[in-house]
Design a protein around this ligand. Structure first.
Ligand code: 4FV
Length: 243
């Protein structure tokens, strides 16, 4: 997979794309990430990329002619063009999984007041990282790049770790513990020290359901429960064993 990031601030990405898991994934050639300066597509000698909004108002707007020539210069037949914007659907793990299966993502970073609406004619999808307003689309582009990169086969040590993690199957992750076995008088649950894998699996499933019920019940609205999950939920809700 290749991710081309269209931005006015390519240097913003230097460190984050050279650190940790994403940096290693790029070094291992698991993913290619390139930042392209929108200003390279400015059309006049002043290298202008933005202008005053028609109809007045504060701030500047990124020019459609500049953005569209940039997008059309970069995109290929199989490209998926994403504009990071508060107007987009809020990113979730399901969407990340879907995007991680594409071969080429072009990610457009807005700035100032945003982009000329006509630039969206070359955009396949608007995505938001949350209902708040940022100074630019650079952080959202990094969030998307990080989340997608993790799901590329071979990026995470063992690909299994991306299977039973938060939001996979609409459940929050079970609690994690490591040494010391007792800390500040708080003991690691005995079942995790038992070595009984099936009981540990059931404990973790129950913890995931419980935590999701308490912390993010909204997630359960779009979840299909399998027989075992139904049994565990009944035990939680009615506080008694079900055979
Ligand atoms: C944003 C978000 C976001 C809006 C105006 C950039 C800013 C400026 N992008 N999720 N939330 N973008 O706040 O994706 O152009």
């Amino acid at each position: 997979m290749k991710i081309d990031i269209l931005t006015l601030f390519p240097d913003f990405f230097i460190n984050p794309l050279n650190e940790s898991i994403v940096g290693r994934a790029i070094d291992k050639g698991k993913i290619e990430v390139e930042t392209i300066n929108i200003r390279n597509y400015a059309l006049n000698k002043h290298r202008q990329v933005d202008d005053y909004p028609y109809g007045g108002g504060s701030g500047m707007v990124l020019k459609a002619d500049v953005l569209i020539s940039a997008i059309n210069d970069i995109k290929k037949v199989n490209s998926w063009v994403i504009y990071m914007s508060p107007q987009g659907k809020v990113l979730n793990q399901k969407k990340v999984k879907e995007l991680s299966e594409k071969s080429h993502l072009v990610v457009l970073c807005g700035h100032y007041e945003g982009v000329d609406e006509r630039a969206l004619t070359e955009v396949d999808e608007e995505i938001s990282i949350g209902d708040y307003v940022l100074t630019g689309g650079e952080l959202p582009a990094l969030v998307l790049t990080d989340a997608v990169t993790r799901l590329i086969p071979g990026v995470l040590g063992d690909d299994n770790s991306a299977i039973d993690e938060s939001f996979t199957d609409y459940l929050l992750e079970y609690p994690h513990y490591t040494r010391p076995a007792e800390f500040n008088g708080l003991k690691v649950p005995d079942i995790l020290l038992s070595g009984h894998h099936e009981n540990i699996r059931l404990f973790r499933k129950k913890q995931s359901l419980l935590r999701t019920l308490i912390k993010r019940p909204d997630l359960l609205l779009s979840k299909e429960f399998d027989e075992e999950e139904e049994k565990i939920l009944k035990e939680i809700l009615f506080d008694r064993e079900y055979s």
